[in-house]
Design a protein around this ligand. Structure first.
Ligand code: SAH
Length: 346
């Protein structure tokens, strides 16, 4: 065929049904194929055994199924698994399986590279190449679900959009993927088990609130002082804390869903009492909790994790102000699978 075949998973169920009607078949055929694609994880049209040979040929003539391929899988000594995922056009993204005693969390990517320039993050060194399609996001989740069943004998329990890329800069596709993940025709997971992490794009946070999304929101805050935040996350100059704050208040008013702030404490950057005071003030705008995450060094040593004394000060002051705070240890560091280390090194 000379014309380029379409990725069948870019079609909605309605569009699939329409295709069959146009071909003189029953609309119901569209439902069957849809189920093969999204629920039964068919990789080829051949797999669709309750579809006639003739119909499968018709699909073959018109469409392709662009499946991701796990190119390389690395296992950390702590059980963390990192997948290097090859997309249909040869580009690579990474996703991570993080096991604990009771959970398996998938950390998935939303873009190839990233357009933001957070100075402490390895992914920012890769320029943004393109957005991931909904099926490419969905497939990462399925791959990790399979690995969880294989290695830990249980299904995937949680999903975080904390891999490569800024999910709110690929909002439509992220939303479509989450739709497939949560729908009974897809994986049937509860949105309560999904967290989208953003560096904080105010307009999109408001849009999410308007769309009445049911998943959780995490914001990579790292500083509640504009000048400091801009020095480590330069896009903060465009989306300053006042705008972020307004969007988060809007989010909470609409969703009543508490916000998580992700925060790394670095030596000489945000390790003083003034920094904690600013954070406490920011936390009072909307119900929230703070995750203090360990810094995962990326090559050049410009940033250094603050002393445990500084981290203790954060914990004590936050708790004294009745703000929930957790200190999170990193996983998968030995295979560059921890937060901010995803950079396609392999
Ligand atoms: N773009 C989104 C999601 C990807 S980053 C966001 O900014 O939230 C996922 C989390 O890892 C963010 O909280 C980010 O600030 C954090 N992170 C980035 N680099 C890190 C590093 N070197 N060490 C620890 N956390 C890092």
């Amino acid at each position: 065929m000379s014309t380029k075949k379409k990725d069948i998973r870019a079609l909605t169920k309605e569009q699939l049904r329409d295709f069959f009607v146009k071909e003189g078949d029953k609309a119901f055929r569209g439902n069957q194929v849809y189920e093969w694609l999204w629920n039964k994880g068919a990789h080829t049209f051949e797999d669709m055994t309750n579809i006639s040979k003739e119909t499968r040929q018709k699909l073959e003539d018109n469409f392709v199924i662009n499946h991701i391929k796990v190119d390389q899988m690395q296992r950390s000594s702590d059980g963390t698994v990192k997948n290097a995922v090859r997309l249909h056009d040869g580009l690579i993204v990474e996703s991570v399986l993080i096991p604990t005693n009771t959970r398996t969390t998938a950390c998935v990517s939303s873009q190839v590279g990233c357009s933001l320039d957070c100075r402490f993050c390895a992914t920012s060194r890769l320029k943004r190449m393109r957005n991931l399609n909904p099926d490419e996001i969905f497939d990462q989740v399925v791959a990790i679900d399979n690995e969880s069943r294989l290695y830990f004998d249980r299904p995937l329990t949680n999903i975080v959009f904390m891999g490569m890329g800024e999910p709110l800069m690929n909002y439509n596709n992220v939303l479509k993927a989450i739709d497939k993940i949560t729908s009974p025709e897809g994986l049937g997971m509860s949105p309560k088990r999904i967290t989208v992490s953003t560096s904080g794009v105010p307009k999109m946070i408001k849009k999410m609130a308007d769309d009445e999304v049911k998943f959780n929101l995490a914001v990579s805050l790292h500083s509640a002082i504009n000048e400091i935040r801009t020095s480590i996350m330069p896009f903060n100059a465009t989306f300053p804390l006042e705008d972020l704050r307004e969007a988060l208040e809007y989010w909470y008013a609409k969703t009543k869903n508490r916000i998580t702030y992700e925060y790394v404490v670095w030596e000489g950057i945000n390790d003083t009492k003034r920094d904690v005071d600013a954070l406490i003030k920011f936390c009072k705008f909307a119900p929230s909790k703070v995750n203090l995450i360990e810094y995962n060094p990326i090559d050049d040593g410009e940033f250094q994790q603050a002393s445990s004394k500084a981290i203790d000060m954060y914990v004590q002051m936050l708790e004294a102000n009745h703000i929930t705070v957790t200190v999170r240890r990193s996983r998968g560091k030995d295979i560059d699978a921890a937060c901010g280390q995803l950079a396609n090194k392999g």
